[in-house]
Write a protein that binds this ligand. Sequence first.
Ligand code: NAD
Length: 374
Amino acid sequence: MELIDIIPVVRMVLSADGLVCCQGFLNTSEREFDSLEGVKGIDNSITKADCVELRDLDTVEDIVQQLKEQLLNRQEVKAVVVSDFGAILVDQPVETSQFSPVVEGRIIIVTGGAQGFGGGVAEELFAKGAHIVVADLNEEVGNAMVCKLNSQGQSNKALFVKVNVGDSGSVCRMIEQTVIHLGGVDAIISNAGILRAGGLEEMDADTFELMTKVNYSGYFYCAKHASQVMKLQAQIAPRHFTDIIQINSKSGLKGSNRNFAYAGGKFGGIGLTQSFALELMPHNIKVNSICPGNFFDGPLWSDPENGLFVQYLKAGKVPGAQTIEDVQAHYEKQVPAGRGCRVKDVAKAILYVIDQEYETGQAIPVTGGQEMLR
Ligand SMILES: NC(=O)c1ccc[n+]([C@@H]2O[C@H](COP(=O)([O-])OP(=O)(O)OC[C@H]3O[C@@H](n4cnc5c(N)ncnc54)[C@H](O)[C@@H]3O)[C@@H](O)[C@H]2O)c1
């Protein structure tokens, strides 16, 4: 068995009375384990008496059986030592809480979580007690987000993992890092996405393929690798529902003029969502897409140099518009709710999806009425 198969099982067995999270994994040999006290990275208060040991693991059942036997009559376990691998350091379950019970203690990966919708969602879910993995291509901005979250004095943790969602191997490593550092995956929010607009005459094959790789294949890679861990968790804790959530777009519900590479990938994403949902519901893994309207306050639209408002003003795309405000007002008028989509709107939809046990395979519009389901 590999570590990625062992750690989520251990976490789920230890989570019988409330979700626990791991504090990381220590690659100590068994000989070193005798002197766990004082090993760098380990809480000095851990002694051998605080640990349980697992040996000769061939199957999930071996882990469950050995762990359950050793947990009888024990108050708490601070580390699980796995022979030939090392020590899984464990947090204690949170008992009382000021957080939202929907996501508290859950381990949630947000791809593209450094900024924009993903950054805002990471902040919202962290504030509600989730452990957050900010998984992004942009190391500098992603690390800054994680520092910001971890400096808020909360007991839950944020972790940065560098990933390119357009590369299956990179997504696989992101899941491994999440499992090794935190213990499992309770939800993945496949949010990282790119937009390069253009009609048939301008769009070249390389740009089309890049967008498809990130926006469409990236979602497949996230679902493929995260569901492996989630399935294992469901084996141990059949009432523990997990979530794969794709941040789609209103362009996944209606064609977008001169923007087909984006709309096509998003339409395809809904096909993936419906199909993954059918395959994964037997494992209590829900799969849903959320389709936000335009996020006017985010960098894609409002960046003062390259944002779409500036670009559309310069290109004269909005007849009669003299200023950025004129362009923005033009787009806001197209929304029945009279404003753009905000992070809080998307976060509420995510919380609904995670809270709900009887909803899967949906594409939920969060568009202020601009796009409605037929
Ligand atoms: N901005 C909008 O108006 C809007 C509207 C509807 C839906 N969406 C969707 O919301 C999601 C986020 O959009 P946003 O506007 O917040 O984007 P953004 O450009 O502000 O942020 C995207 C983040 O994804 C990261 N990223 C880009 N490519 C990546 C890759 N290959 N691997 C890992 N990370 C990568 C970037 O570094 C960045 O941090 C996208 O899926 C987008 O399609 C956006």
